[in-house]
Structure formats: C-alpha cells, structure tokens
Design a protein around this ligand. Sequence first.
Ligand code: ADP
Ligand code: MG
Length: 377
Amino acid sequence: MTDSQSVRDGAAPAGVWAAPGRVNLIGEHTDYNDGFVLPVALPQAARAAVRLRTDGLLRLHSEQVDGGPVELTVADLAPGSVDGWAKYPAAVVWTLRAAGYEVGGADVRIDSSVPTGAGLSSSAAIECVVATAYNDLHGLGLDGPALARLAQRAENEFVGVPCGIMDQMASVCCTEGNALFLDTRDLAQRQVPLDLAGAGLRLLVVDTRVKHDLADGAYAELRAGCERAAALLGLPALRDLDPAGLDTALDRLPADLRPLVRHVVTENARVREAVTHLYLGDPAALGPILTAGHASLRDDYEVSCPETDLAVDTAVAAGALGARMTGGGFGGSVIALTAADTLDAVAAAVTSAFTDAGYEAPRTFTAVPAAGARRVE
Ligand code: ADP
Ligand code: MG
C-alpha cells in the first residue's frame, strides 16, 4: 500500500462549507409572531473546514478569535456548559444529539466575513455552516427547513437566545438573485426574483458599528409582550389578527401593548405588499415601504436608536428611495435602496453625518442577493 493510499483509506470524512449572513428587506420582529419576512442572503458568509473525529472531541477554531482552539468533550455538552463564541458551533452538535442523531466530534475551523453583532446574522451563519457540514458528513438527509429549525433550537436552548426562525432559514434557504418570502408559521417559502441591477438600483448596507446593551433583554421582553397581547385577544399568534380588525383589537388591549400589535400587523402587511411589487418587477416600489417600516420600528416598536435613525434620515434626505434598520435593533445595520447613480452620494452623506454627530464612521457596502448554505470544497 502506498502512503497516499493509506492516507485516503484512513482519512476521516472532511470538507469545507459556507453559510451566509443576511439582510432582511422587510418583516422585522414578525418571525416570532408566526408572520412573514423577506430576507436576502449576503455574499459575506461563514466558512467552515470540518473533519470528523472518532475520539469524542470537538475542537473549534475561529480565525476571528485570538487564541488556540477550544476543545470540548461532546458527551459533556449541555446548555450552560460552554462560554463565549464556541457555544454557537457546540450548540449545533448538542442539538443534533438531543434530536437523536448519533454524531460525535470534529475539527472545525471557522473563517467568517460576516461582521459580528452588526445585525447581519453572524451567529446563524456559524450555526448553519456547522449544521450543514454535519448533515453532509453524516449523511443525515435533513432538508433546508429541518436544518434551520435545528439551528434555531441550538440558539434557543443551548445559546439561550429566544430568536425566531428567520436568520437560520435565510442562511440555509436563500438562493442567488432572490429574496426569500417566508411564512414563518409553516416555513412555506418562495424565491422572489430581486433583480436590483436590472432595475438600475442598489441596496446599500450601513453597519453603524453600534450595539446598545439593551438589545438582549429588550428582545425577550418584546417577544413576551407580543405573546401576552395574542393571549388577551384569544389568538394563537399576532399573525392571526386581521388588519381590518386592528382598531377594534387595539381597544381591547392595555396601552403598553397596543404599539407592539400595531407594528406586527402593519409589518406583515408591508411584507406582502413588498412581495407583490417584486413580482410586478418593480423593486423601486419597495422604497417607501422600507421607510414606513422604519417609522413603525422607531415609533411603535421602539427598537431603533439615534445612530440608525440618523442613517435612515440621512439616506432618504440624500436621495435614497427608502431606508430602514435591519435586524433586531438597538444598533446594528441600516439598508437603503438607491438608484445606481446615487449610491455613492448616499453612502458619503451617511458617513459625513456620522462624523458630524461624533459617531465612529460606519462601514458601508453594497448587498447582492447571494446563495444559502452549501458545500464549497
Ligand atoms: P449577529 O448574529 O447579529 O451578528 P449575535 O449577537 O447574534 O449578532 O451573534 C454574534 C456572536 O456570534 C459573536 O459574539 C460570537 O460569539 C459569534 N460569532 C459570530 N461570528 C463569529 C466568528 N467569525 N468567530 C467566532 N464567533 C463568531
Ligand atoms: Mg444573531
């Protein structure tokens, strides 16, 4: 037997996978209300080189984190047992095992171009790249929605973040050139063509580089408020409230819950309206929908912040067709829909407004609808 043969025969299953971050065009804070969302995958993605191990160890390395690999014993994984960034990939391995799949350890080297904590879903990219790699290497046969549900469960139960399903579905199920119109209740999905270039448009992303501490606690509180409102209205979820009955429903609720309900109901309607415009081949019509969505997040849901408001207002004043924060809020990123020839002026206006306000310069880039999770090597 030659050396190369022995390496081949004895080689552990291995490969390289990628899973993207996302921006959400419209449909914010609707996913945990069983509502609609319209995310787009970014070219920025988490890549993971993964090689299975047979000794029960999970060795995790990230190019974005200083220090050597984190070494964990798969059999000892339990919610609360892992600190820091390693809990995201470890969560997926724990969840697979909790779901009854007999998977073990691996060497995992992660290198992600998704900015972290920028509202662009770097966490779901990590979860989904590991879930997809394990699915392929172990031949588990899980489809996209099953992988996304698994990754969401990992974030909910192991990481401890009560997130909805949007980020994981976007990372797994988005396809190049399309937005993903998703019903988060039953995961029914449609790929909606988003030919921005063909319409002479661009989608500018402004990462404000701020993340206010409020973010985590407020998210859980908002989610609980929505669930309380649905229960008071006798509905399974706020998704089930017919917009025609909104005013009557609001009268039946305590004052503090009314704006939450108004946001969710009007936001679901905005998603459907946006999808109709995309099917009509009129992406420019999304502009005012984005700006209306931002006003709703700012005034009703109260999850915007001075930095995102400044980016939105400045972008619109500089000629963007519309703009809004994307992601959970309290910082993170803003998207602005612009004509191709005003893109640079809008980006420059936002950057100089930040300088004038004494904020750190934002990071700006153009989003192009990219592919979901896949094997790359
Ligand atoms: P978002 O998903 O919006 O980027 P989150 O707070 O949900 O923000 O997730 C960010 C966390 O995900 C980071 O704090 C880190 O723990 C983990 N993470 C994301 N990308 C990486 C990476 N490249 N390497 C290691 N950990 C990462
Ligand atoms: Mg996240």
